[in-house]
Design a protein around this ligand. Structure first.
Ligand SMILES: Nc1ncnc2c1ncn2[C@@H]1O[C@H](COP(=O)(O)OP(=O)(O)OP(=O)(O)O)[C@@H](O)[C@H]1O
Length: 743
């Protein structure tokens, strides 16, 4: 295969003119379609539905046309970016959306990049041309074709050594300055990436790839591909994309909208328990304990510890009499509740009924059972249930627990902690101890979710909330009806007739129906929502407990998990994919690997690879697709000089990157010692994970290594964030592997 970039001038001028003509036609048709969608939306919005069905239809139409308009807006720039010329003299244009030619038997004018017909654009090579004679990348600015890059495929029968397609376009994309937000790669998807993007929907697909191999980019394009190919199936249940932290989600937030997709829920694991917003952080060692798989039995024990049997008879005062509730009676009530084999909160009514029955018997005994009328026992039982002493006793013996209450009371009580965590040392238990009013951390979220499975929803709270909401809606509607009544005198007859038929109830119901949430919005509010497909990025960072939560959201196990076990920094994270997946799918998962590094130039990757070999010898480093001729620099300084020298170096690097991005990556301990300089951020490795910058200065590599048992993994991550330039500043001796590679 040979690359012909910008063919000889006359040829290129003719090519540009021909492509311009075609592209102009495309945009004409595009404008007409967009205008139509706008009109459809306006007329749908004007409709006044007169029945339940008409209402549903109007909502569906509004949503459809709004989505279409979002897709047109996204496709406006870069509508068409590729052309295939086949050996049989036919052509095919590839772009962001499919467009048919109405005047020509609905022949495709433009093929959507996700359609099977677009596939040769990404995978045809000199060795396997798929009938393609020439692949052309079109460069278009504001609807004007400004250049073409051609690759002739049928000249040679051999495949490129590096398997790169569309080299000119690819290198232009890779060398472009970074803006701080990820962009789509739809014009230059490579064959190994395309295979993953188009992999079948079902089952668990693991994508293992070193830094910069495009795992994140591929995962997002896969989401767009799956929604296009399986829209019927996925539109209702939605697609969930899980990322490691809010900064990362922000970094990738533009990619799917730029591909015309808006219906995907992006979340961190910490966002997946709708009632709780975890705002606190905690030491890695604590998060690691909370992430262990044995937390399942710990929580089960913590629940069992709340099903108490007193050692001594309990004194309960009722109408000035003291009743003695015997441990044996509590034991019997507990056994009856446990026999149900259901979760804690659902068994509670059985337990409390047995206790109240026993207390009723004691009261009746005191009064002399033969004096009682039929119905008296029921009255006594009702009164007992309202008696504060009885309520307190029941709450101590078998409390109705929310997950929040269970965990808060567990963390706050050294006794409960000791009972639930007998396998931990006293020091480790002390790490978990915290006051009851403390907030939540991300590592608490999988525990809350797990606890909900053990406890069961507290139906009473949920019902009370639903009733409260219903009453609020009703009050709102009554307010509206009142206002209408006030206006009655001025209203005309038609309005009055309509109004006579409207009650507050009707209005409340309508208000409810019209709360027209998207699938992603509904999913975000519902802990029990299960998704059609779940994508996890930086999947190596999830703890065993986080995996359990994520798996509950994907019961059909249609999942794409992307990550790199060599980059695991979280102490609770993965050592291998087998270890992560065995508990959930045994060996029923498939793996694809990405082997080419599109981010880090060869000069930088050589240095990072030396560190990789120090801690993970069996993992092959990804091959860089380009080099810059700029080797990483390294500057030893004294500890005292470090802040001042760093400030100078930042200035120097800024001059090198111009408008590009620069970041300083420091050990956690120096995070606040090194001041941010101008527009340059100072990040820890954790904060920089998954992100990339034109230039990176890594401070004190040996300290990064020593800060955590996974410190070498962290150093590897830090060294692989740069797209152009890497610098190292240190006052402590460099790790041997790094020193060797830099010398
Ligand atoms: N086919 C491609 N065309 C253009 N750019 C690409 C391509 N593949 C990847 N890239 C670019 O390479 C960079 C690295 O991609 P990405 O962040 O997806 O890698 P990653 O494997 O997730 O990295 P890490 O594991 O280090 O977070 C991004 O700028 C991405 O846009």
């Amino acid at each position: 295969m040979s690359t012909v970039s910008n063919a000889p001038e006359t040829g290129e001028t003719a090519a540009l003119a021909a492509e311009q003509e075609y592209v102009a036609r495309l945009y004409d048709r595009f404008d007409t379609l967009r205008e139509q969608a706008q009109q459809f939306l306006s007329s749908a919005l004007r409709q006044v539905p007169d029945s339940e069905q008409a209402h549903t239809e109007r909502n569906a139409a509004t949503r459809l046309h709004t989505e279409q308009l979002a897709q047109y807006a996204a496709a406006e720039t870069g509508l068409c970016f590729g052309k295939l010329e086949f050996s049989d003299d036919t052509d095919r244009y590839v772009g962001l959306m499919g467009i048919l030619d109405e005047e020509n038997d609905y022949e495709p004018l433009l093929v959507d990049w996700r359609a099977p017909a677009a596939r040769p654009f990404y995978v045809a090579t000199g060795a396997r041309t798929e009938g393609v004679r020439m692949r052309r990348h079109l460069r278009i600015r504001k609807r004007t074709v400004i250049g073409v890059d051609d690759e002739l495929l049928d000249l040679s029968g051999v495949e490129d050594a590096d398997g790169v397609t569309g080299e000119t376009a690819l290198l232009a994309a890779l060398n472009a300055k970074r803006t701080g937000r990820m962009t789509d790669i739809v014009r230059t998807i490579q064959a190994e990436q395309d295979t993953i993007i188009r992999s079948p929907l079902h089952g668990v697909l693991v994508v293992q790839g070193g830094p910069g191999t495009g795992k994140t980019a591929v995962a997002l394009h896969r989401a767009a591909y799956l929604l296009y190919t399986h829209r019927e199936q996925l539109a209702k249940r939605g697609v969930l994309v899980v990322g490691p932290n809010p900064e990362f989600l922000n970094y990738i937030s533009q990619v799917l909208p730029s591909l015309g997709e808006t219906g995907v829920l992006m979340a961190t694991v910490g966002d997946l328990y709708p009632d709780v917003r975890p705002r606190l952080t905690e030491p890695d060692a604590v998060a690691e304990i909370k992430g262990r798989s044995d937390m399942v039995s710990v929580l089960a024990k913590a629940v069992a510890d709340r099903q108490r049997v007193p050692d001594e008879p309990m004194e309960i005062v009722f109408e000035r009499e003291t009743l003695l509730l015997q441990p044996a009676a509590v034991e019997r009530a507990k056994a009856a509740a446990l026999r149900l084999g259901t979760v804690h909160n659902r068994a509670e009514p059985t337990f409390s009924a047995a206790i109240v029955k026993e207390l009723t018997r004691l009261v009746a005994e005191g009064l002399g059972a033969d004096l009682l009328e039929p119905g008296d026992l029921a009255d006594i039982a009702r009164e007992l249930r309202e008696e504060p002493d009885v309520i307190a006793a029941l709450d101590w013996l078998w409390p109705v627990l929310t997950p929040q209450r269970l965990l808060k009371e567990l963390y706050a009580s050294p006794e409960l902690l000791e009972s639930a965590f007998p396998h931990l040392s006293a020091e480790e238990r002390a790490l978990l101890h915290r006051p009851e009013h403390y907030g939540w951390t991300p590592a608490d979220v999988p525990l809350l979710d797990e606890a909900m499975e053990l406890l069961g929803e507290d139906d009473r709270a949920a019902k009370a909330l639903a009733e409260k909401k219903r009453r609020e809606r009703l009050e709102f509607a009554e307010g509206v009806v009142d206002i209408m009544r006030i206006d009655e005198e001025v209203a005309d007859d038609d309005v009055l007739m309509a109004m006579n038929m409207i009650t507050a109830d009707h209005l409340a119901e309508r208000h409810e129906r019209s709360s027209n949430l998207t699938t992603a919005e509904r999913a975000a509010q519902d802990r029990t929502w299960t998704f059609g497909h779940v994508i996890v990025d930086e999947a190596q960072e999830l703890s065993a407990m986080a995996w359990r939560l994520v798996m509950r959201r994907a019961p059909a196990r249609s999942m794409t998990l992307v990550g790199d076990v060599a980059q695991t920094g979280d102490l609770a994270g993965a050592e291998s994919w087998e270890q992560v997946l065995a508990p959930h799918v045994e060996n029923r998962w498939r793996m694809e690997e990405l082997t080419v590094n599109y981010r880090t130039p060869a000069e930088i990757m050589r240095v990072a690879a030396a560190v990789l070999r120090e801690f993970a010898p069996p993992i092959a480093e990804p091959k860089s697709v380009r080099s810059t001729g700029v080797p990483p620099w390294c500057l030893p300084v004294t500890a005292d000089d470090l802040p001042a020298r760093l400030a100078e170096l930042v200035e120097k690097e800024l001059a090198e990157v111009g408008e590009g991005t620069l970041v300083v990556i420091t050990p956690g301990a120096l995070r606040d010692v090194v001041p941010p300089v101008g527009r340059v951020s100072v990040l820890t490795v954790r904060e920089a994970k998954g992100l990339e910058f034109d230039a990176v200065i890594v401070v004190e590599p040996a300290m990064i290594r020593d800060e955590s048992p996974k410190g070498l993994n962290d150093l590897y991550v830090a060294l692989t964030r740069a797209t152009q330039r890497l610098g190292i500043v240190h006052s402590t001796p460099l790790p041997d592997s790094l020193a060797g590679a830099l010398s």
